[in-house]
Write a protein that binds this ligand. Structure first.
Ligand SMILES: Cc1cc2nc3c(=O)[nH]c(=O)nc-3n(C[C@H](O)[C@H](O)[C@H](O)COP(=O)(O)OP(=O)(O)OC[C@H]3O[C@@H](n4cnc5c(N)ncnc54)[C@H](O)[C@@H]3O)c2cc1C
Length: 421
């Protein structure tokens, strides 16, 4: 790094500024240091808490089984040792691209040589009357999850809006705590966007046997109550007792500071980036949940809302900015924990599949679904089947060819035997 920007002008700073102290932001700062970034590395993070991981917020942390310190992404002392300046509880409110500078909520102006947007996303809000009532909320931050913990008491009525991963994880924790749980899902099946019907039915049955009331093809049209929520009213007029509601209907990327600075943004989708995670401004990168990126597995632009994706994109951006070889993109993967079920997915079904091959019997709680497009394996869902997950990930990484769908279903073959020679 010479201090000379790509535009050829003398940069006023050799600082790398990372906006957002989540999974992507911390990984980016760490990778910048590892890749030899010669100047200051500053992470500006809106939240007060040291950077932390989000997955446990709807799992062990929500259940009260994990102390807050175990959420933290790095041990105390890490940032100082790596000479990464953390500015907690401070937000970037504007980007001045003419001057390569950001303005923070403290009124501070900081200049950058390269700027990294890792601002994540926020929950999509539910625009219905009463959504503002006490007791109606989301889970995105540790604070959201911590607020819910004491309210997860046996006998309370919880309404979950949205039958996606987060909603179902919250349902599982709530049932373990003895709450009465209803999941209200607008679509005809649970997890409809991300899995095959066989997986949706499995989770539907499993939750039902655990006592969750599942309403499919249903929507909440209002919450009622005085100050606190008391009732959720469905579009068909039926009413559900509701002491608490958790809304999990997707997320909206935090792309406004980029948009107002004139950086290209796809409305509602995020900050547009190239394969190096560079935005329309060569001095600005974006990554993680706020980035609208090309993904070869998806075959199109999109946002892959996962830890693995945030880490990978952060590493690519940091490597590119440091002028070192970026890591090759890996197969996207994700996990979800509900009760004693571990779901692991590899690849993306959004590319399209024409055949879903089931290996094992869903009734046993241990099975895998291989998604093929013609004879190419494009994705897999593995429920309590880590061996199948590992094998499928390797096959997809090699392009997906070589696994005969009939063999995939053959339980007479060990999972390792599915790997083409
Ligand atoms: C409850 C829950 C459960 C999940 N479970 C899983 C799972 O099981 N597996 C999985 O792979 N993924 C899971 N995810 C998704 C995963 O956590 C996200 O994809 C990942 O956190 C994205 O990282 P990120 O750094 O892009 O965004 P975030 O983690 O959201 O971090 C962005 C940070 O930037 C801050 N910020 C925003 N704007 C500004 C600004 N202007 N100035 C300063 N700071 C700013 C935000 O406050 C936030 O702290 C889960 C997410 C949630 C919410």
């Amino acid at each position: 790094m010479t201090g000379v920007s790509e535009a050829g002008s003398l940069a006023r700073s050799n600082a790398a500024i990372v906006v957002g102290g989540g999974q992507a932001g911390v990984e980016c700062a760490t990778s910048l240091r590892q890749n030899g970034w010669p100047g200051e590395i500053i992470v500006i993070a809106a939240e007060e808490l040291p950077p932390y991981q989000r997955p446990p917020l709807s799992k062990a942390f929500l259940a009260g089984e994990m102390p807050v310190e175990r959420l933290f992404l790095r041990a105390a002392g890490f940032y100082e040792a790596e000479r990464i300046q953390l500015r907690l509880g401070e937000s970037v409110t504007a980007i001045d691209r003419r001057d390569n500078a950001v303005v923070t909520s403290e009124g501070t102006v900081l200049h950058y040589a390269k700027l990294f947007l890792a601002t994540g996303a926020r929950p999509r809000s539910l625009a219905v009357p009463g959504a503002h009532l006490e007791g109606v909320g989301f889970i995105r931050s540790a604070e959201d999850s911590r607020r819910l913990q004491p309210l997860f008491t046996a006998g309370s009525n919880l309404v979950i809006v949205g039958g996606g991963y987060i909603g179902l994880e919250v349902a599982a924790v709530a049932r373990k705590k003895g709450l009465s749980v209803t999941v209200v899902e607008a679509g005809p099946r649970l997890l409809g966007r991300v899995t095959a019907p066989v997986v949706s039915s499995f989770y539907e049955q499993f939750h039902r046997t655990k006592g969750v009331d599942i309403r499919l093809g249903a929507t909440v049209s209002a919450f009622t109550g005085e100050r606190r929520v008391r009732t959720a009213v469905l579009a068909d007029g039926s009413e559900l007792p509701c002491d608490l509601a958790v809304v999990g209907i997707g997320i909206v990327p935090n792309d406004e500071i980029a948009m107002y600075a004139g950086v290209e943004v796809e409305p509602g989708e995020g900050v547009v980036v190239d394969r190096a995670m560079r935005t329309s401004d060569p001095d600005i990168y974006a990554m993680g949940d706020c980035a609208f990126a090309l993904n070869d597995c998806a075959g199109r632009r999109g946002r892959i809302e996962s830890v693995a994706n945030a880490i990978e994109q952060a590493r690519i951006a940091a490597a590119h900015a440091c002028g070192v070889e970026p890591p090759s993109p890996a197969v996207p993967w994700f996990w979800s924990d509900q009760y004693d079920l571990k779901l692991q997915t590899a690849g993306l079904i959004s590319r399209g599949y024409d055949r879903a091959v089931v290996r094992g019997d869903p009734a046993t709680g241990k099975f895998a679904v291989f998604y093929f497009s013609d004879t190419v394996l494009v994705a897999l869902d593995a429920i309590n089947s880590p061996a199948e997950f590992n094998i499928a990930k390797r096959i997809i990484a090699r392009g997906g060819a070589g696994l005969d769908p009939e063999r995939a279903a053959d339980l007479g073959l060990d999972a390792r035997q599915l790997l083409p020679a």
